[in-house]
Every structure is written in C-alpha cells, then in structure tokens.
Design a protein around this ligand. Structure first.
Ligand SMILES: C[S@@+](CC[C@H](N)C(=O)[O-])C[C@H]1O[C@@H](n2cnc3c(N)ncnc32)[C@H](O)[C@@H]1O
Length: 299
C-alpha cells in the first residue's frame, strides 16, 4: 500500500548528496512530513536505515504503509525534535551518520490542517501537534494583548504594518470573537488593503507569525541543534533546510559557532538553493535554503 501525501519534497538530490549516503549507514529524518526525503534516502542505497520522526501524528500514520515496503530499514517515531535527547533515550536511538531537518509545515498540514491557510475557511488552530501545545491561534488572536500581538507580528512575521493590523484585530474582537481563517484574513485585508495584482496575500506574514509563535518553531530549532550535533557519529552530517530568514539565521549561527569551537566543519559555505528546474516544478520551494555541517571526530 502506498502512502498518499500532497507534499512535494524540496532539494531532494541536494539532500542525498549532503548526507553523503554510503552503505550500511543510519540516518535520522526529524521532519518526516510526507516522507519524501525519507523514501529518497531509503531508495538511494538498499542497505541504509532511516529513523523518521514527526510531531504530527497524521504524518506518522500516513507514513505507516511504508513499513510494509522497507521493513526494519524504517522506524517511525512520534515526537518533537525539540525533545530529541529524551526520544533518543526512550527509543534507544544509536548515534547516527546523518540528520535531516526540513523545517516548517508540510503541504498536507496547509491543505488539511486547521487554521494554516487563509485559502480555506477553517477554525483558527495552527498547531502542528495538538499533543504538544494547548494554546492555539484562536487563543492568541482573541486573548493576547495588543502589545503582545504587535510583538508577535513584528518578530515572527517581520510585518511592518503590525500596528494597523493589530488595531483592526482588537477592534473586531471587541464586537465578536474571531473564529476562522477567513475572518482573520478579511480583517487584515481591511487594515492594509488588498491589491489583486500582488503576488502575496496581505495576510501571509500574519499567518506565518502566528503559526511560528503557536508552535514555538524557533525555540524548537534552538533546542534541537546542539542535541543533534551530539546525536551524530564522528564525521556525521547535519543537514538543515529552512524557509525563512529567522530559521536560517539560527542554523547559520549554530554552524559558525560549532566550527569556531572546533567541533564541526561547515560543508556548504553558501546555502544551497533550488535549481531553475525545481522552481518551475515546485514554486513553493523558492525560499528554501539548505546548509550542511560535518561533525568533527572526537567531540
Ligand atoms: C516541510 S515538512 C517536511 C517534509 C518532508 N521532508 C518530506 O519530504 O515530505 C515539515 C514537517 O516537520 C514537522 N515538524 C515541525 N516541527 C516539528 C518538531 N518540533 N518536531 C517534529 N516534527 C516537526 C511538521 O509536522 C511537518 O510534517
């Protein structure tokens, strides 16, 4: 049985090269998602193993049919990469030869999850894992103070019209609570205007900011990176794909400081980005950046 995902994996060939796949190695894919990268790694060499985790239970369930194809070469684990250390202990994960982290959300979450997209009218939730957080986008939009909301939009969305947008949100929620993605998108449109010819919807950054805040995405990456380095065997590779500058900055800074401390070597001096051909085939790959580092022996 095939697993069905709408997600198109980005930079697949580049990931395979970056991981330096050779026989009998074990890899950890900490963002299984639609399992596209997991499958590509398993297909690259019939002797390699992949331990794939995701904190979205639906992603894990969707990947389960792959166990029939790959048998014990694949292990699926539900959990957050921010808790990698605990997961290593609990599931007896050995040191691995490569780790892949493809940050952000999958197309499955955007199309089927609640609250991720203003293109579908769904309840304002935005949690990638309901098991990990209680606070959702509805709570943030309706109950955060105006100052907190402005801070969220500035920090995580780099939204420079935050003041006007928040004033509209506060005004609207005094009349009645904001329940759905379409309601929120309309409020943003009213605050900043909507130009039909514009390539991006005016609510794009607002949705991104609230999603990052609700899921603590940056905090999770910060917690993950040092533990990932420890989870690698000597000469193991850490491959991270980010989709916006806030994520990429965390990865870049971590790689630099690890290299300065003599614990790793940066393989990609410049980030690897999608080819022209990939950009045509998969336009949502356009902001992806891949960075690779290799762990130095005995650190
Ligand atoms: C861009 S998708 C990965 C797509 C995947 N590489 C593929 O080829 O199909 C990102 C995935 O990371 C997962 N994710 C995000 N934050 C996570 C976290 N803290 N722990 C585990 N998984 C996380 C999301 O649930 C989502 O499924």
């Amino acid at each position: 049985m095939e697993s069905v995902s709408q997600h198109k994996s980005v930079l697949v060939q580049e990931v395979l090269e970056a991981l330096n796949i050779t026989p009998n190695k074990t890899f950890l894919d900490v963002t299984c998602g639609g399992a596209g990268h997991t499958r590509a790694i398993l297909d690259a060499d019939p002797t390699v193993k992949v331990i794939a985790l995701d904190w979205d239970m639906k992603a894990i369930e969707r990947a389960e049919p792959l166990l029939e194809i790959y048998g014990d070469r694949l292990q699926l684990i539900w959990g957050s990469f921010a808790h990698l250390y605990k997961l290593q202990k609990k599931h007896k994960i050995p040191k691995v030869d490569g780790i892949l982290a493809d940050f952000g959300t999958s197309q499955d979450q955007i199309h089927e999850g609640e609250g991720f997209s203003f293109k579908h009218d769904t309840p304002l939730d935005m949690r990638m894992s309901v098991g990990h957080y209680k606070t959702n986008a509805y709570h943030v939009v309706n109950f955060a103070t105006a100052e907190e909301l402005r801070e969220i939009l500035w920090t995580y969305g780099e939204e420079n019209r935050a003041k006007d947008i928040v004033a509209r949100i506060v005004d609207a929620r005094q009349k009645s609570r904001i329940h759905t993605t379409k309601e929120l998108a309309l409020i943003v449109e009213q605050a900043v205007g909507f130009r039909r010819e514009s390539r991006t919807h005016p609510a794009t950054k607002v949705f991104q900011a609230i999603r990052i805040f609700v899921n603590k995405e940056l905090e999770n990456i910060e917690a993950f990176l040092p533990v990932a380095l420890n989870a690698l065997a000597d000469n193991g590779r850490l491959v991270c794909i980010s989709f916006h500058s806030l994520e990429d900055r965390l990865v870049k800074e971590f790689y630099k400081s690890t290299e300065r401390e003599g614990r790793g070597r940066i393989i990609s001096q410049r980030p690897v980005t999608p080819s022209e051909e990939e950009l045509i085939r998969n336009p949502s790959s356009r902001s992806s950046k891949l960075r690779v580092m290799e762990k130095k022996k005995a650190c």
